[in-house]
Design a binder for this molecule. Structure first.
Ligand code: MCA
Ligand code: AMP
Length: 449
């Protein structure tokens, strides 16, 4: 039986290494058999969670959920107790795959249940806002199908490709594009476990995905970068690709990277096409079916709004937040500031709010890190900012008023409490936070880090 979302599962060419994840290979038939076993066990559940480490088990769990029509909630494997408990409580996941339900890649089962409705929720991905705890973004099957077909069209992505990446399996980039994309296009997938330059160089792919931090590390290893010269397409996304990295990639590999833009809530909406003009600083054109508009704030730039078939179905259990994310006439407010050139190509200029930080391609809310710091008994005030950083794009820096605690204590506290990738990389101690007459902290007046 062929699934109309994962069209390459159970159809088309198969090989023993159709998917390799962190060095362990699976054929599509093996994946389907093991995922069917999961689907049969969880059928009818409200939603299921999985600790989404880079492993074949994570792929089996996610595919099992998709086949059963049970929304899957991927848990970041480095999540600390506060973040993990928030996600489990908020999502009301009934079962944790791999814990309450066995995940065995060697299992084989058949499944005859009808395919879920195209509008059914496929994934609930937790993502940060400027304040408060992360919200669950409900992503329907139809959005994933439309998003992947748009990218296949833009990138000439086919079953003949070998896709290589080493991105985390709890976000759109690594999971939706990087795993489900292979299962829809039918291409081979090599997930390198970690996205290191050496692993990318050794994988021999035709299509490579990376966040800008990955590409910036690749160009710092010229021999690894040169090994990618034979690839068909190097794709960058999740944050802005710095101009020097674009230039160095071109110099070392002989080809310009392709940049694309998106969000957890919208999937990928704008991309440079494989056969298009690969311009530094440009993320290209809206994907098929996607429309964009700018709410101009002057100087030809403005807030980018989007609509189309790839949009989410809402924030789980938060109708007010969902409504607030849309304009009265139904456009999704991205919060990104953009410019559109006369030929229709888009440039992302920055974000409207500085309280949403992008570090290493991860989206981190200043508010959630501030709240985590304030949970430490020694901390009385906290302000968190993202400062420009060569490797990470932005670096999380915390300013605190605290007594009897060291910088490393606070870094480790956030790493253990929320998740490792949300930890401040630096902490500065102040006598008081700068505040205005109303007592509101003034981040613009913080001293240089
Ligand atoms: C360091 N470590 C610690 C601590 N400090 N562990 C505990 N406590 C600490 N205080 C450990 C970590 O566990 C890890 O261990 C190791 O040190 C390195 O961690 P870190 O320094 O954080 O990693 P990094 O080298 O800075 O990571 C860079 C990275 C990563 C690999 C590029 O940022 C990354 O994977 N980014 C991808 C984000 C992404 O996919 N975003 C997509 C969302 P160990 O080595 O053992 O693990 S955007 C999206 O989906 C949209 C739609 C889009 O547009 O794509
Ligand atoms: P996330 O929900 O984690 O996918 O983060 C989405 C945000 O990542 C967007 O709102 C943008 O701020 C940023 N982003 C994604 N792709 C790009 C890109 N190519 N250039 C600049 N920013 C990007």
């Amino acid at each position: 039986m062929t699934d109309r979302l994962l069209t390459a599962l159970g159809a088309g060419a198969d090989t023993p290494d159709a998917l390799t994840v962190a060095g362990r290979a699976l054929s599509r038939e093996e994946l389907l058999g093991a995922a069917n076993a999961v689907a049969n066990r969880i059928a009818g559940a409200r939603s299921v969670a999985v600790r989404a480490d880079a492993s074949p088990e994570t792929v089996v769990a996610v595919v099992g959920g998709l086949l059963a029509g049970v929304p899957v909630v991927p848990l970041p494997p480095d999540a600390g107790p506060a973040e993990r408990e928030h996600i489990l409580r908020d999502s009301r996941a009934e079962l944790i795959l791999g814990q309450d339900v066995p995940l065995d890649v060697r299992e084989r089962a058949d499944r005859s249940a009808p395919e879920p409705d195209p509008g059914a929720a496929a994934l609930v991905l937790y993502t940060s806002g400027t304040t408060g705890a992360p919200k669950g973004v409900v992503i329907p099957r139809s959005a994933i199908a439309a998003g992947l077909d748009g990218l296949a069209d833009a990138w000439q992505w086919t079953a003949d490709d070998t896709l290589v990446h080493g991105l985390p399996l709890f976000h759109v980039h690594g999971l939706v594009l990087g795993v489900l994309g292979a299962l829809r296009t039918g291409c081979r997938l090599v997930h390198t476990g970690r996205p290191t330059p050496e692993a990318y160089a050794a994988a021999g792919g035709s299509l490579y995905f990376g966040v800008p931090t990955v590409w910036s590390r690749v160009v710092r290893e010229p021999s690894a970068a040169r090994a990618l010269s034979g690839a068909r397409l190097l794709v960058s996304g999740s944050a802005a690709l710095p101009a020097p990295v674009f230039r160095d990639l071109e110099a070392l590999t002989g080809q310009r990277p392709v940049e694309r833009y998106g969000m957890t809530e919208t999937l990928i909406t704008v991309s440079t096409r494989a056969d298009g003009d690969r311009r530094q600083g440009s993320v290209g054109l809206p994907l098929p079916g996607v429309r964009t508009r700018l709410v101009e704030t002057g100087g030809g730039i403005g807030e980018l709004e989007v609509r189309g078939p790839t949009l989410f179905a809402g924030y789980l259990g938060r109708p007010e937040a969902t409504a607030a994310a849309y304009t009265a006439d139904g456009w999704f407010r991205t919060g990104d500031i953009a410019a559109v050139e006369p030929d229709g190509t888009h440039r992302i200029v920055g974000r409207a709010s500085t309280d949403l930080i992008k570090s290493g391609g991860y989206r981190i809310g200043a508010g959630e890190v501030e709240n985590a710091l304030l949970d430490h008994p020694a901390v009385t005030e906290a302000a968190v900012v993202g400062l420009p950083h060569e490797d990470l794009g932005q670096e999380i820096v915390a300013y605190v008023v605290a007594d009897g605690v060291t910088e490393q204590d606070l870094i480790d506290f956030v790493a253990g409490h929320l998740s490792v990738h949300k930890r401040p990389r630096r902490v500065r101690f102040l006598d008081a936070l700068p505040r205005n007459a109303m007592g509101k902290p003034q981040k613009k007046l913080l001293p240089p880090a």
